[in-house]
Design a protein around this ligand. Structure first.
Ligand code: 13P
Length: 238
């Protein structure tokens, strides 16, 4: 399974380094079977010499190798650190930073051409959830406009906007229903994100099509994040 942490706008370079080293040591000690991802702030990108099952990834990039895009980071700057996994479509970039579906599709095409793993995030806001599952699914499918779902290195994270950073987790039934519908059309691994914690992780990982989680707040504590990796190791999916 994929156990991923999204640091968002947290942690310095120094703290990131000690976090990655601690997680790495824990993975080795546990002989963990999980694929671990840590999406760090751009200022903390580095060559971490990770173990094979742990990859440090980028939360964002501008879809160019280099150029004149003041304040942005191109792929050349990611490649310097051997970055092989990126987040695209996170709700904070869609709704707070104003990235449109057309722009996200451009980022996606660019990352796909670079053959990196793409953790592509989708999810509905509260007002859509209140209209029921059909409205939720048509909202989510629109978030796949321009996205090549046959890409072999695609991972899809279902993150309902109303569950992100709010302490409100989607019910197991809601997660199951959305992942089931996504799995009808997608062959990519499916993750859930939105107020995942050590306490609710096990039941989420037991959801039929769930192949991992993308965690914000609760993962920023390295002990808790390592515990999540251990919980995932203990889950046997039939
Ligand atoms: P929280 O775990 O804080 O709800 O954040 C989820 C998220 O946005 C992961 O990308």
């Amino acid at each position: 399974m994929i156990i991923a942490s999204n640091f968002k706008t947290n942690y310095t370079r120094e703290k990131t380094k000690s976090f990655v080293c601690a997680v790495q040591a824990a993975i080795q000690e546990m002989k963990s079977m999980q694929e671990v991802r840590i999406f760090v702030p751009a200022t903390a990108l580095d060559s971490f010499h990770e173990v094979a099952s742990l990859h440090v990834g980028a939360q964002n990039f501008y879809p160019v190798d280099n150029g004149s895009f003041t304040g942005e980071i191109g792929f050349e700057q990611l490649e310097e650190f051997g970055i092989t996994t990126v987040l695209i479509g996170h709700s904070e970039r869609r709704h707070i930073l104003g990235e449109t579906q057309e722009f996200l599709a451009r980022k996606y095409d660019f990352a796909q051409a670079k053959n990196v793993e793409i953790v592509y995030c989708v999810g509905e806001p509260k007002e859509i959830r209140e209209k029921g599952i059909d409205a939720v699914m048509s909202y989510i499918w629109e978030q796949f406009d321009g996205i090549d779902i046959s890409y072999s290195r695609l991972v899809v994270a279902y993150e309902p906007v109303w569950a992100i950073g709010t302490g409100l987790t989607a019910s197991i039934g809601d997660i199951e229903e959305v992942l089931e519908r996504l799995a009808e059309k997608l062959s990519a691994p499916l993750l859930y994100g939105g107020s995942v914690k050590v306490d609710n992780l096990e039941s989420i990982l037991h959801v039929k099509h769930c192949e991992g989680v993308l965690v914000g707040t609760a993962s920023w504590n390295e002990e808790a994040f390592c515990k999540m990796i251990a919980v995932a190791d203990a889950v046997k999916k039939g």
